[in-house]
Design a protein around this ligand. Structure first.
Ligand code: SAM
Length: 414
């Protein structure tokens, strides 16, 4: 007990550490976890430890902190404002905390929080907010509450009204990832929560639309009437018109906006109209959909190259910009998007150009979604296998030895 209060009743404060001496004793994984935030707060960190982890060593090597490679000794805390005792030796941590107490410096004791004079809250950032949670010695609880609060802020289900948030304007071109709503980026989700208008693609993570406030206008890009203008022009005009009317427009696209997504056409249209655009990259289906089916697009000793190809037009079509001859000579990975319709043609062309017919292939339909389906077969048989299984778009086709690696993990699957 301290002044009649249990010691785990803390007073939560924000420390201004910029330029102030902070001493960290111990260079192991606990220090490694704490150092980035101390450094981003601008603290002048001095680390005392005979050994460090490679990541802590890298911080010392790059000059972000000063490392004294030796054991702790009296006098190390002179001039410090804040101390973290995080060695794996309880007696050293106790000695550091006792010295800090005498010098009236707040000290975190990593191995026995209640015996220090300060504790580290579970913290996280959201849009300029720093959220900190203390739970009186149950770190897992504070971390869980912190995560829940950040999640609610990101999704907009808790709004930080009244905050002097940076204004958002114009258009944000947001890559929504392959379809699983959890695979959008944090920034993408944060901007989506602030949208007045959302123009959404068919393959974007539509489940996220349920989280939007009632006043948000959702426009299905496939249903924008385009009369005599091409569909893309009609979408561009919708973005520009809403933004010019003072609404913050989120253009929610599937995967990454710049991979076969016409994202740059929309950026150019906005630029021509003087509308500011923010581009938020996304997790592309080209890599994440194979990953969801246990296909790594590269693997050491197996594939050192990966080419992402559009199957929008078949080989031989005058609009095609793809060098199928070169792809046939490739030993690495070919990832084919929009390729279901002409899959037999692509397979034949690659085999004719030199790719062995027994090259493993995986076709993944609706990857990362509950409805995901995978068909695996050698290149020579993949068209029949996909047809037999009734595979339809959207699907990603991976051609190359990496498509056969999943067999190696079969033993670990239930
Ligand atoms: C017009 S491209 C857009 C690609 C997108 N910009 C990206 O980075 O993922 C559409 C193609 O992406 C692939 N695709 C997108 N999402 C998919 C998913 N969840 N499962 C399988 N294929 C997907 C399919 O090949 C589909 O035909």
């Amino acid at each position: 007990m301290l002044n009649g209060m249990p010691q785990d009743q803390h007073y939560l404060a924000g420390l201004q550490l910029a330029g102030r001496r902070v001493v960290v004793v111990g260079g192991g994984t606990v220090a490694q976890r704490r150092l980035p935030r101390l450094l981003s707060a601008g603290a002048a960190v001095e680390l005392v430890a005979p050994h460090t982890t490679p990541s802590v060593q890298a911080l010392a090597d790059s000059g972000e902190l000063v490392w004294h490679p030796r054991l702790y000794r009296a006098g190390d805390l002179d001039g410090a404002w804040y101390v973290l005792a995080c060695t794996d030796d309880a007696s050293v941590n106790a000695a550091v905390c006792a010295d800090a107490e005498r010098a009236r410096i707040f000290c975190v004791r990593a191995d026995a929080g209640a015996r220090g004079t300060a504790v580290t809250p579970a913290t996280g950032y959201h849009d300029g907010l720093l959220v900190g949670v203390l739970s009186g010695g149950v770190p897992r609880r504070s971390a869980a509450v912190r995560d829940a609060v950040l999640d609610a802020l990101s999704s907009g289900s808790v709004s930080d009204v009244g905050a002097d948030k940076p204004t958002v304007e114009g258009v944000a071109l947001v890559g929504g990832g392959p379809g699983d709503p959890e695979l959008i980026t944090v920034r993408g989700r944060r901007l989506l929560a602030r949208a007045d208008v959302v123009v959404v693609d068919r393959l974007a993570p539509r489940e996220l639309l349920d989280e939007l406030a009632d006043h948000v206008e959702v426009i299905d890009a496939a249903k924008i009437p385009y009369g005599r203008a091409a569909a893309q022009e009609a979408i561009n005009s919708a973005l520009v018109e809403h933004a010019r009317a003072g609404r913050f427009v989120v253009r929610l696209k599937g995967g990454d906006p710049y991979l076969f997504g016409r994202g740059f056409e929309e950026v150019l249209a906005c630029a021509e109209a003087g509308v500011p655009v923010t581009v938020v990259p996304g997790v592309t289906s080209a890599f994440s959909v194979p990953a969801a089916a246990e296909v790594p697009v590269t693997h050491r000793g197996v594939a050192h190259e990966v080419v992402v190809v559009s199957g929008h037009v078949p080989p031989g079509d005058e609009r095609s910009l793809v060098d199928w001859e070169a792809l046939g000579r490739l030993r690495g990975t070919v990832v084919l998007l929009m390729g279901v319709e002409h899959i037999g043609l692509f397979a034949d062309t690659l085999i004719e150009a030199g790719r062995p017919g027994d090259t493993p292939v995986a076709v993944i339909q609706e990857g990362t979604l509950r409805t995901q389906r995978v068909v695996r077969a050698p290149l020579a048989d993949i068209a029949d296998a996909a047809a037999d299984a009734g595979i339809r778009p959207p699907a990603v086709t991976v051609i190359g030895p990496v498509a056969g690696l999943a067999e190696r993990t079969a033993a670990t699957r239930g």
